[in-house]
Design a protein around this ligand. Structure first.
Ligand SMILES: Nc1ncnc2c1ncn2[C@@H]1O[C@H](COP(=O)(O)OP(=O)(O)O)[C@@H](O)[C@H]1O
Ligand SMILES: [Mg+2]
Length: 327
C-alpha cells in the first residue's frame, strides 16, 4: 500500500469580503484555523495511508487550457503531472504549445529532448524515442510536438494528435493512466489541435477580468467540441488583495464561470523560483503553500472531486467592556 503524506488545506484568513475554500469530500483533509501571525504558515501535516481511487476510464486525456497566456497552464501541467506520478499513476504530458514550448524547461528536461512528434510522424524515429522519461519519476514522461520556435507543421492538426494519443494507448508498456495536454494560449489552430483528443479539461484562470473573459469564451468552445467535463483552477490568488477588495474572490470567479473548482493556487514567489530552477514546486521539501495546493488538486483530479468556495463572514471584534479589566 502506498503511504504518502498529504498536507492539510491551509485557509487564508477569512474576511468579510473574501471567500475561502472547503473540501466537499469528507475523507479529504479538514480545514485549519488560520495562524493569526501569518495566514500562510503550514501548521501541521496529516498522514494519509491510502492512494486516491482513480475514477473514470484510462487513459484520462485531460487538456490544460485557459485562452489567455501566462496564467499558469504549463505550471499546472508540470506540478499536477508530477503529483500524479508520485501517487503512482503513469503520466504522459504532451507539450502542445508548438511555437513557445517550455514544459521541458519547467521540468528540467530540456537537454533530454532529442526527438519530437514531428519526427515521429515523418518516420525519422519511433514514438518511444520521442518520449522523455523524468529524472525523478520514471512513470512520468514528456512528449513535445515540435522543436522550439518552429511553427505548427503543415497538416498537423487534431487528427494527428488523436493518432499520437491512440499510439500511446497501444504501447507495449501499457496504456498510461493520464495523458495531460498543455494547451497553447489563444483559440486558433493550436488550441483546436490540443483539445481534439481530450475528453476532459482543466481551465486555468487568474482572478482578473481579462483572464475570465477568455476563460468564458474557451468554455463555449470546449463544449462545442463535446468536452463537458470541465473543471477550473484559480491561480495566483492573493488573499490580501481580496480582503482589500482589489481582487475578485474565488467565489466570485466560480459564480461567473459556473464550473467545478479543482483547486485554488495562491500567488507564491516559490513558483517563479522553481520555474527558473527546472524543479517543479511539488517536489520541494518542506512543501510550500502553492505546492500543497497543486498536490491536492491532483488528488481531486484522480477522484473526479471538486471544492466549493464559500463566503465567510468576519467575526465581529470583541468590545472591551468594564469586566474585561478583571480578566
Ligand atoms: N501561483 C503562482 N505564483 C507566482 N507565479 C506564478 C504562479 N503561477 C504561475 N506563475 C508564473 O507565471 C508565469 C507564467 O506561467 P506559465 O505556467 O508559463 O503560464 P502559461 O503556460 O499559461 O503561459 C511563470 O513565470 C510562472 O512562474
Ligand atoms: Mg505555457
Amino acid at each position: 500500500m502506498l503511504s504518502l503524506q498529504l498536507p492539510t488545506v491551509i485557509n487564508p484568513k477569512p474576511s468579510s469580503s473574501s471567500s475561502f475554500l472547503t473540501n466537499t469530500n469528507p475523507f479529504k483533509p479538514k480545514t485549519l484555523k488560520p495562524n493569526p501571525s501569518s495566514p500562510f504558515t503550514v501548521r501541521s501535516v496529516l498522514q494519509y495511508n491510502r492512494k486516491p481511487q482513480l475514477s473514470g476510464d484510462t487513459p484520462r486525456v485531460v487538456v490544460i487550457t485557459s485562452g489567455k497566456g501566462g496564467v499558469g497552464k504549463t505550471t499546472t501541467t508540470a506540478n499536477v503531472g508530477l503529483s500524479l506520478a508520485r501517487l503512482g499513476f503513469s503520466v504522459v504530458a504532451i507539450d502542445a504549445d508548438v511555437g513557445l514550448r517550455n514544459l521541458d524547461l519547467l521540468l528540467g528536461l530540456e537537454n533530454r529532448v532529442n526527438y519530437t512528434v514531428v519526427e515521429v510522424l515523418n518516420g525519422d524515429c519511433r514514438l518511444d524515442q520521442a518520449l522523455v522519461r523524468d529524472k525523478r519519476w520514471s512513470n512520468f514522461e514528456l512528449l513535445c510536438i515540435s522543436k522550439p520556435r518552429s511553427k505548427l507543421p503543415m497538416g498537423f492538426g487534431g487528427k494527428a494528435l488523436v493518432w499520437v494519443v491512440d499510439a500511446l494507448k497501444a504501447r507495449q508498456e501499457g496504456c498510461p493512466d493520464f495523458i495531460l495536454i498543455d494547451c497553447p494560449a489563444g483559440i486558433d489552430a493550436g488550441f483546436i489541435t490540443a483539445i481534439t483528443p481530450a475528453n476532459e479539461a482543466v481551465l486555468v484562470t487568474t482572478p482578473d477580468i481579462t483572464s475570465l473573459r477568455d476563460a468564458d469564451r474557451v468554455i463555449g468552445l470546449l463544449e462545442c467540441d463535446g468536452i463537458r467535463d470541465i473543471k477550473m483552477m484559480v491561480n495566483r490568488v492573493r488573499t490580501d488583495m481580496i480582503k482589500g477588495e482589489d481582487m475578485m474572490s474565488v467565489l466570485d470567479v466560480q459564480e461567473m464561470l459556473g464550473l467545478a473548482l479543482l483547486g485554488m493556487i495562491p500567488e507564491d514567489t516559490e513558483v517563479i523560483r522553481s520555474t527558473n530552477r527546472g524543479y517543479p514546486l511539488v517536489l520541494n521539501r518542506p512543501p510550500t503553500l502553492a505546492g500543497l495546493a497543486f498536490e491536492q488538486a491532483a488528488w481531486r483530479l484522480v477522484e473526479q472531486d471538486s471544492m466549493k468556495a464559500v463566503m465567510v463572514e468576519e467575526e465581529p471584534k470583541k468590545k472591551r467592556g468594564f469586566f474585561s479589566f478583571f480578566g
